[in-house]
Write a protein that binds this ligand. Structure first.
Ligand SMILES: [Zn+2]
Length: 307
């Protein structure tokens, strides 16, 4: 991201996920001054969640010793789909009942400062570029490997947007035409082979309880588990090949619970492919782990209103 305009600027970053919400006080240097988490409890209603978020914003300002009137703004990252232009959350899929919910207007009215909303994958990438593994690099692509596969590109310091302002769906890159069916309508996307959901489903067919057990058994050398993980890593390497040839990012950042815990496994496969690439300068691109963990969301959300 571009350097903040004021070195002493202060903002609130909010990260809304399916089960938890985090609210943090962040300054322009990327320092976290206070952070609280609370259960999302989406099913209790959107209005109630906004009330609880407002209370959490006031609480972190108090913990940080910041008067709310001095804030540069409040940035919000939310599990998508979201409509950043309208400030709407359109995600009844993982946030029960939250469809066409305007979060920007009530928060702006309450605190009287600029408020911005973005997709959580975009916000995590902004966070890594603001204060983590992407700082000082451009362009940057981040893949978040967790329950699903999220992706975002930061180009010339800004979130890359496609038609209608929507962000690229890198989780649905096709990597194996004979792969499992995906909910997106295709077969063999990254999402259907690399996500925790996909690895868990393939593992259950072989008697493993969940994705974590598959990765553990693969590390122990069990052939059935290794076959699942090998397929996932080759799928990710194929997807990374496409990403490198499309965006030519200086850095591809792997984040999310699976991307961070098993970075070595995935990075080795991606690097082996990159070593064979002929269409760009060797060493000009690299794959690195995310550096901020669970803080990428709140730091990136704050960076939205600090620039
Ligand atoms: Zn798909």
């Amino acid at each position: 991201m571009n350097p903040p305009s004021r070195a002493d600027a202060r903002a609130i970053g909010i990260d809304i996920g399916g089960t938890k919400m985090a609210v943090a006080a962040v300054d322009a240097a990327g320092t976290l001054h206070a952070r609280v988490t609370l259960p999302t409890e989406a099913e209790l209603g959107f209005a109630r969640a906004v009330e609880r978020l407002a209370g959490a914003i006031a609480a972190v300002c108090e913990q940080a010793g910041w008067p709310p009137v001095g804030l540069s703004g409040i940035g919000i990252g939310c599990a998508g789909p979201v409509d950043p232009a309208r400030g709407w959350i359109n995600n009844p899929y993982t946030l029960t009942g939250w469809d066409r919910c305007d979060i920007v207007t009530p928060v702006r009215a309450r605190f009287g400062v600029p408020v911005r909303l973005e997709n959580d994958a975009d916000v995590a990438a902004v966070g890594e570029c603001f204060a983590g593994a992407g700082r000082g690099f451009d362009p940057v692509v981040m893949l978040t490997l967790g329950t699903g596969v999220g992706g975002a590109a930061i180009v010339r310091g800004a979130i890359y947007r496609g038609a209608g302002g929507e962000h690229p769906e890198l989780g649905h890159l096709l990597v194996a035409s004979d792969g499992p069916e995906c909910y997106c309508g295709a077969r063999g996307c990254l999402e259907s082979l690399v996500s925790g959901t996909a690895v868990g489903a393939a593992g259950r067919a072989q008697g493993y309880a969940e994705a974590r057990a598959v990765f553990a058994a693969a590390r122990a050398g069990e052939p059935a588990a290794r076959a699942i993980v090998d397929r996932a890593r080759e799928a990710l390497a194929a997807g990374a090949w496409t990403i490198f040839h499309t965006f030519l990012p200086r850095r591809l950042i792997l984040g999310g619970s699976i991307g961070e815990a098993h970075f070595d496994v995935f990075a080795a496969a991606i690097r082996a492919r990159l070593a064979r690439a002929t269409q760009f300068t060797a060493g000009g691109v690299e794959v690195v782990p995310a550096a901020l963990g669970n803080d990428a969301g709140v730091l990136g959300a704050a960076a939205l209103v600090l620039g």
